[in-house]
Ligand binder design. Structure first.
Ligand SMILES: [Zn+2]
Length: 286
């Protein structure tokens, strides 16, 4: 499942082959799009889990392509004439053709070409997005205020973390990993979690995402654990997909259970991410 770091990586990889480059053809899942003479790529950006590609032609307003990979989509880069990994006739796809490359997105969950950049900004898919956790100048106060809207008070924090209206970028892997690192019970209602902890959770998510905007596998568990004992070699995640294995922090068995209306798997340590009510109160002053 692509998360925010995936899309930022895609944007970095595609940008040199699109920005400023003449576009020879654009194909969307429903067919070819007529391109004005002189069309060039202008920009390639990630907005949360959306990839935004802007095209410009002399004397015409820029057109904007938005794709979302969903659960099964993926971007690929081919030389003209090279055999594709999937059959173009059987697989819904987007293809951006330049002189040197064909940039292909197989099976996008969403694909919209806007005739004007303002149409993109008005689309609820973009207009409702919270701050991009990988964006410049992330303001955690804005994220906190969005987490605190009334509809979230009774929602589990793990579900709110996936809600891109609060902050954009967290997917199912980061959801479990971040809550483990911050020792937060995934089932705790957001209304019961202090501001300080909410901020720490999103700050941790931003840091983990930023640490993974590079080539190579996503790693959320560093080589050296801060927990004082050895970890299994090659461990990439603390708890994600590790149900039944010992918790890297306290050795209790890691749990895994589907959660929320979308039935997404959540992994956590019931011992060191205990329910809030079961935790001892911190000592009060004097
Ligand atoms: Zn534990």
């Amino acid at each position: 499942m692509p998360e925010g770091d995936t899309i930022h990586k895609v944007a970095l990889a595609l940008r040199p082959h699109v920005a400023g480059v003449p576009i020879r053809a654009l194909r969307l899942p429903h067919g070819d799009v007529p391109m004005a003479a002189g069309t060039r790529g202008v920009a390639v950006k990630a907005r949360g889990k959306h990839l935004i590609v802007t095209f410009g032609a002399p004397g015409a307003p820029p057109r904007v392509l938005r794709t979302h990979l969903g659960m099964n989509g993926s971007w690929h880069r081919y030389r003209p004439g090279e055999r594709w990994r999937k059959s173009p006739s059987d697989t819904p796809h987007v293809a951006i053709h330049t002189d040197d490359w064909v940039l292909v997105c197989f099976q996008p969950a969403q694909c919209v070409l806007y005739q004007h950049p303002g149409d993109l900004e008005r689309d609820p898919a973009i207009a409702d997005l919270g701050p991009d956790l990988l964006g410049p100048g992330l303001d955690l106060d804005v994220v906190l205020a969005r987490a605190r809207v009334a509809r979230n008070a009774a929602r589990a924090v793990a579900e709110v973390l996936l809600d891109q209206r609060v902050a954009a970028g967290v997917g199912n892997v980061y959801k479990s990993e971040v809550l483990f690192l911050e020792r937060v019970d995934p089932w705790a209602p957001v209304g019961a979690i202090p501001d300080l902890v909410i901020r720490a959770v999103y700050a941790r998510a931003a840091a983990l995402l930023a640490a993974n905007v590079h080539d190579g596998a996503r790693v959320t568990a560093p080589e050296r654990a801060p927990f004082g004992h050895r970890l299994p070699p090659g461990l990439r995640h603390w708890v994600y997909r590790r149900a039944g294995h010992p918790c890297p922090r306290c050795r209790a068995p890691i749990a895994g259970r589907p959660q929320g209306p979308q039935v997404r798997m959540t992994y956590w340590c019931p011992s060191c991410q205990a329910p809030l009510v079961a935790r001892p109160s911190p000592p009060t002053g004097s």
